[in-house]
Design a protein around this ligand. Structure first.
Ligand SMILES: CC(=O)SCCNC(=O)CCNC(=O)[C@H](O)C(C)(C)COP(=O)(O)OP(=O)(O)OC[C@H]1O[C@@H](n2cnc3c(N)ncnc32)[C@H](O)[C@@H]1OP(=O)(O)O
Ligand SMILES: O=C([O-])CC(=O)C(=O)O
Length: 380
């Protein structure tokens, strides 16, 4: 039998989803039918989280439910802080976030047994909300710990974006900054069957629990071919230094056949639908902080790379320098992606649970043909 092998599952339609539609032909991305650009222009990230989980934009009652059941979980809990503090200071913040989610999962699932049928949809939506609410304190504490600073208590009177920036910096930044951050969270929230979401669905398909699926997804997101690219973009900016260095830097990088992080995409081959919105947010930040040098480097690298390779930027390219301008340190960038994508992951976990089929593809065997152990002395 000859099997068709699709390496990397490229072009394979593995299942259907009602959560988002990525259309590279029209360069569009819809969340539950709404263009992501419209959502970024008009919505708070927390409303988009509810849209992804429930299928509809929230009513006032839904928002009240979110405030009442989510905001009390914003604080950094002692068990989570102790687990993070037990990690070496030099560990990557994605390891901190992964560990913290494991701790929360053990706490949430306490007393549950594999013999029971698992949490209900209602309970899993509530768990998704609590995890969504808890992640900013974890990410913000990671950055503060690296810089020898104490955590800043969360505030229940602020929006998600305001509170996140508050816990990171201890002050409330200009609305321009809050708006750019809110947009970035919405743009990062969901992207169909990307590698981390697919990982979450694979884990869910074995009837494992929500937090285990999120922990696996965090592991998949960490890699530089996926979420880790936003951190790598900033390393590239640091390495190049100024717009004037782009050409010689790129000459060397291309001669060495290096991957230029923040460019290229498995699905979009003519540009990422989210980039113009994030590029506009970066422009607003550049103006606010008076950092034309950042935009000059961004534009020079984009121009040169697109001209030479015909490969376009993905969302990580504008997000990296935008997070830098907002005052996040570079290792925090991918954890920020986690805080956003946890909404999409959990929406997919709920969808997979609602109509499950074990995900288990085949492999074409290409090892040695069948052979047999030679008769030998029995092992004593
Ligand atoms: C939010 C996100 O997660 S978006 C993705 C973030 N990841 C990155 O930015 C990492 C850099 N980009 C890449 O590595 C790739 O473009 C990927 C992994 C995103 C997509 O990969 P694939 O669809 O498998 O395409 P593939 O890697 O085969 O690329 C096709 C060709 O373009 C080249 N190419 C693609 N992206 C890049 C890049 N960023 N820099 C240099 N060359 C590239 C490949 O080397 C390959 O060339 P070849 O045919 O001569 O070997
Ligand atoms: O869709 C992908 O493969 C990667 C991506 O852009 C995302 O997860 O946001």
């Amino acid at each position: 039998m000859t099997e068709e092998i699709r390496r990397g599952l490229a072009g394979v339609v593995a299942d259907s989803t009602a959560i988002s539609r990525v259309n590279p032909e029209t360069n569009s991305l819809l969340y539950r039918g709404y263009p992501v650009q419209e959502l970024a222009d008009t919505q708070l990230f927390e409303a988009v989280a509810l849209l992804l989980w429930n299928g509809e934009l929230p009513t006032d009652d839904d928002l009240e439910w979110l405030r009442a059941n989510g905001r009390p979980h914003r604080m950094l809990r002692d068990d989570v802080r102790a687990a993070i503090d037990a990690l070496p200071l030099g560990s990557h913040p994605m390891d901190e976030v992964r560990t913290a989610v494991s701790v929360i999962g053990a706490r949430e699932g306490e007393g549950e047994s594999l013999l029971e049928s698992g949490a209900s949809r209602e309970e899993n939506v509530a768990r998704s909300l609590r995890l969504f609410a808890a992640l900013p304190a974890i990410v913000a504490y990671g950055q503060r710990r690296r810089h020898g600073l104490d955590p800043i208590p969360s505030r229940e009177d602020l929006t998600y974006a305001q509170n996140f920036l508050w816990m990171t910096h201890g002050d409330l930044p200009d609305p321009v900054v809050v708006d750019a951050f809110n947009r970035s969270m919405i743009l990062y929230a969901e992207h169909s069957f990307n590698a981390s979401t697919f990982t979450a669905r694979v884990i869910t398909s074995t009837l494992s629990d929500l937090h285990s699926a999120v922990v696996g997804a965090i592991g998949a997101l960490k890699g530089p071919l996926h979420g880790g690219a936003n951190e790598m973009v900033m390393h590239t900016f640091d390495e190049i230094g100024t717009a004037g260095n782009v050409r010689p830097w790129l000459d060397t990088a291309l001669a060495e056949r290096r991957k230029i992080m923040g460019f290229g995409h498995r699905v979009y081959k003519h540009g990422d639908s989210r980039v113009p919105t994030m590029r506009a947010a970066l422009g607003a930040l550049v103006e606010h902080y008076d950092r034309p040098d950042v935009l000059a480097l961004y534009e020079a690298l984009e121009r040169e790379f697109v001209e030479r390779k015909g490969i376009y930027p993905n969302l990580d390219f504008p997000s990296g320098p935008a997070y830098h301008l907002m005052g996040f340190d570079t290792p925090t960038f991918t954890p920020l992606f986690v805080a956003a994508r946890v909404t999409g992951w959990t929406a997919h976990i709920l969808e997979q649970q609602a109509d499950n089929s074990l995900i288990r593809p085949l492999a074409a065997y290409n090892g040695v043909p069948e052979r047999h152990v030679q008769a030998a002395e029995p092992v004593s």
